[in-house]
Ligand binder design. Structure first.
Ligand code: BGC
Length: 380
């Protein structure tokens, strides 16, 4: 009797379980089917224009844009201007004619890009300035950027942290004068280096304009222009190499020894480091950079470049896409402050940057998953 009851109870339990399983069953295929229903490669009414394929920095941005857009299920056109403002304008015009509603543009030349931005604006297309600010026009709707003052300040601080005593030779290099960022990076670096030049820790060796201004804690744009005019790399590796060679050719051995070099970004840092590295009177050197380009990460591992400032491009890409979507929906993108472009204050969002050197390169760039270990040799 008891056994029979148990038997029926068991049957009942099994039936309930079976019913529950059947009820659950449709859920599994539905879940599996979900990705197939997601918008596969839907076209987003946004176009992207980047400055050049010739610098790994902008290939990083292209790659990260593609990753983020593919993940979101969007297909977007990315065009390169190859260092040419005329090509950039043609790129913008081509996107306008294809019916995009928002253009994300990193200008080759901040001022020259105003014409392209104004054309977009007249066509009712919103313009997001990406990484570099488009200057001297009100046709810019929004700006996504890194904290460029911090980039320069971290570069300068790295040199300071590695210098002892006084009279340390300092060689200054800058980006392109056509890029608003070049001024901001220099301003950030000057803000920390100038007091250390004033107190004798560093002695500037390659710019008479910088020497003439070395007692000024803050410089006007015109003053910075004078210095940048003398030490510009134009963001170009060969120009950087040629300038470093010219500087070392005229510098006496006494201006060499243990040298400190403010190099504005990774590409120019590698070019400049290669030149300083073969000068027999340069016994050692510290050289800065920025962008965490793979080639420079390898240089840092190998002890050929001292540091880089890592700008996590994924954040910039995410902010730019977020702003584009807000503008498409007729909303104001989230902004935290603004940047004056010479004509208007452009609402902006800004991301933090991080100093990377040999001591933390593995933890920050490899273990974080930003790059894979297999891309490098000699990682400890
Ligand atoms: C960017 C840097 C880059 C440089 C040269 C700057 O505007 O902020 O990341 O290295 O341009 O392309």
């Amino acid at each position: 009797m008891f056994k029979k009851k148990l038997f029926y109870t068991l049957i009942a339990v099994l039936m309930v379980a079976a019913a529950a399983l059947t009820a659950c069953a449709p859920a599994a295929p539905a879940e599996e089917a979900a990705p197939a229903e997601a918008p596969a490669e839907e076209t987003l009414a946004v176009g992207i224009v980047l400055p050049t394929k010739d610098e790994p920095r902008w290939i990083q941005d292209e790659t990260r844009f593609k990753e983020a857009l593919t993940e979101a299920g969007y297909d977007v056109e990315i065009l390169f201007s190859q260092g040419d403002s005329a090509k950039e304008k043609t790129n913008v015009e081509s996107l306008i004619s294809k019916g995009v509603k928002v253009i994300i543009i990193c200008p080759q030349d901040g001022t020259a890009a105003a014409a392209a931005a104004e054309e977009a604006n007249k066509a009712g297309v919103k313009v997001i300035s990406y990484d570099r600010l488009i200057r001297d026009t009100d046709a810019v709707d929004y700006y996504v950027t890194f904290d460029s003052i911090a980039v320069g300040a971290q570069q300068g601080q790295y040199l300071i942290d590695n210098a002892t005593g006084t009279g340390n030779p300092l060689y200054l290099y800058a980006g392109a004068a056509s890029d608003n960022n070049a001024f901001i990076f220099f301003e950030g670096a000057w803000s920390v280096l100038q007091p250390k030049i004033a107190d004798g820790t560093f002695v500037i060796k390659n710019s008479s304009e910088a020497v003439a201004l070395q007692d000024k804690a803050t410089l006007t744009r015109d003053e910075m222009s004078k210095i940048i005019g003398q030490v510009t790399t134009n963001w170009d590796f060969n120009t950087a190499k040629g300038l470093a060679e010219a500087n070392l050719t005229v510098a006496p051995a006494a201006d060499k020894g243990n040298v400190f070099i403010l190099a504005p970004n990774d590409g120019t840092a590698r070019a400049i480091a290669d030149v300083f590295g073969v000068d027999k009177d340069v016994t050692s050197f510290f050289v800065t950079g920025q962008d965490a380009e793979k080639a420079s990460v390898q240089y840092i591992i190998d002890g050929k470049q001292s540091m880089t400032v890592w700008k996590d491009v994924r954040t910039l890409v995410k902010d730019a896409i977020g702003a584009a979507i807000a503008l498409l929906e007729g909303k104001e993108p989230v902004s935290k402050g603004s940047y004056n472009n010479g004509v208007v204050d452009v609402s902006a969002i800004q991301s933090a940057v991080v100093t990377v050197d040999k001591a933390n390169v593995k933890a920050l760039l490899i273990e974080s998953g930003y790059y894979t270990a297999a891309d490098f040799t000699g990682l400890e």
